[in-house]
Ligand binder design. Structure first.
Ligand code: GDP
Length: 325
C-alpha cells in the first residue's frame, strides 16, 4: 500500500485525499477518518477526512459510488474524552450511529470486499469480570459516563455480525484500548487524557502555573500507541477474518498518576501538580484480554509507553501552532 497525502478538490466541493489532480477510482484501501489519530498512521491509497459528512446517507452513497473502494478501514467517528462524552451525549449517539450505519451499508452496496470497523473498549459493560473479552460486549450496561457512544459502537458490531451472517461478507471489527499519538485532539476540556495533559503541562510550564489534573490519578488504563494500532490494523486487513471482534491491546495497565509522572518528566515541568478531586475519575479500570493478538501476531512488538509519549510530545511541541486544540 502507498501513503498518499495530497489534497485535491472533490467533485462535490468537498475534499478527498488522493493521488493527484485526478480522483482515484477503485482504491485498494479507503481510510475514513484519514486525518485523525489512527487514520493518519494507516497506509491507504485514499483517505477521507471530516469534510465528508458521513452522517448523511446521500453523501456517503455518493462517495462510495464514485470511489468504489476495494477495501475500507473505517476509523471516522465522533470521539472525545470523558468530558465531551458527558457533555454531548445526544451528539455522540446520533453522529456515531448514523456514520456507522451509513458506512457499513455503503460498503455492502458498493461491493467492498473487506471492511475493518473501529469499536472501542467503552463498549464493554461497566460491572463485569476482567480481563475483558469480546464475548462480554453486550452483557450489561456500559459506564454511565459514555453509554451513548458505547451503544452506538455496540450496534456497529451487531451490523457487522449480521452482514457477515446474511451476506457472507468479510467484515470485521476491532476494539482498541485507549489510543494516543500525534494528530490527536489536544483540547483541554474535550480531549482524551494524554493529549489534554500534554497540552495542560505545556501551558503550565510556559505560564509558570500549577498543573491541574482531573480526579485522583488512581484509575488504570491500557494505553496503545497510534502507530501500533495502524500496523495491527493493516495486518488484520490481510490476516484476520472472524465475526469475533479483535481486541487491540498491550494488556498492560498504567495509572493516570504514572502517565502524569512521565509527561512531567519528558516536558521538564518543575511546578506544582494539583489533583482536582471535584472532577470525575470515570471508570476505575478496564483491563482487556489480548491473547488473540499474542496468538495470531506473536511477532508484534508494542511501543513502550515512555517512547510513545516522547514521540507524541515531540510532535506536539513541533506542531503546536497548527494542531487540533
Ligand atoms: P476514558 O478511558 O474513556 O475514561 O478516557 P479519558 O482519556 O478521558 O481518560 C479519563 C481518565 O483520565 C479519568 O480517570 C480522568 O479522571 C483522568 N484525567 C485526568 N486529567 C484529565 C484530563 O485533563 N482530561 C481527561 N479526559 N481525563 C483526565
Amino acid at each position: 500500500m502507498k501513503m498518499i497525502n495530497k489534497l485535491s478538490p472533490y467533485e462535490s466541493g468537498m475534499e478527498v485525499i488522493d493521488v493527484g489532480e485526478e480522483h482515484i477510482r477503485r482504491p485498494e484501501v479507503l481510510v475514513t477518518g484519514g486525518s485523525g489519530l489512527v487514520g493518519s498512521m494507516i497506509n491507504g491509497e485514499a483517505k477521507i477526512n471530516s469534510s465528508f459528512d458521513l452522517r448523511d446517507k446521500n453523501v456517503t452513497d455518493k462517495l462510495f459510488s464514485d470511489l468504489r473502494p476495494k477495501n475500507v478501514i473505517h476509523c471516522a467517528a465522533k470521539v472525545g474524552g470523558l468530558g465531551s462524552n458527558m457533555n454531548y451525549k445526544g451528539e455522540f449517539f446520533y453522529d456515531n450511529i448514523m456514520i456507522n450505519t451509513n458506512v457499513i451499508e455503503a460498503c455492502r452496496k458498493y461491493d467492498v470486499k473487506k471492511l475493518i470497523c473501529f469499536l472501542s473498549t467503552c463498549v464493554f459493560p461497566d460491572k463485569t469480570t476482567y480481563p475483558l473479552t469480546s464475548k462480554q460486549i453486550h452483557s450489561g450496561e456500559p459506564h454511565e459516563s459514555n453509554y451513548p457512544y458505547a451503544y452506538a459502537k455496540r450496534m456497529a458490531e451487531v451490523q457487522i455480525r449480521a452482514y457477515r451472517e446474511q451476506y457472507g461478507l468479510e467484515y470485521i471489527s476491532v476494539i482498541p484500548t485507549n489510543i494516543y499519538g500525534p494528530n490527536d485532539n489536544f483540547n483541554l476540556d474535550n480531549g482524551h487524557v494524554i493529549p489534554s495533559l500534554i497540552h495542560k503541562c505545556y501551558l503550565a510550564r510556559e505560564n509558570k502555573t500549577d498543573l491541574v489534573i482531573w480526579g485522583s490519578g488512581s484509575p488504570l488504563r491500557e494505553f496503545i500507541y497510534s502507530e501500533d494500532v495502524a500496523k495491527l490494523t493493516e495486518w488484520a486487513l490481510e490476516e484476520y477474518n472472524s465475526s469475533d471482534p479483535l481486541i487491540l491491546s498491550t494488556s498492560e495497565e498504567t495509572s493516570i498518576k504514572n502517565i502524569v509522572d512521565i509527561i512531567v518528566d519528558i516536558m521538564k515541568f518543575k511546578g506544582n501538580i494539583v489533583w482536582d478531586k471535584s472532577k470525575p475519575d470515570g471508570q476505575f479500570r478496564k483491563p482487556s484480554d489480548n491473547s488473540k493478538i499474542k496468538k495470531y501476531a506473536p511477532f508484534f512488538k508494542f511501543t513502550p509507553i515512555e517512547d510513545g509519549l516522547r514521540k507524541t510530545i515531540d510532535w506536539f511541541e513541533s506542531n503546536y501552532k497548527n494542531i487540533r486544540k
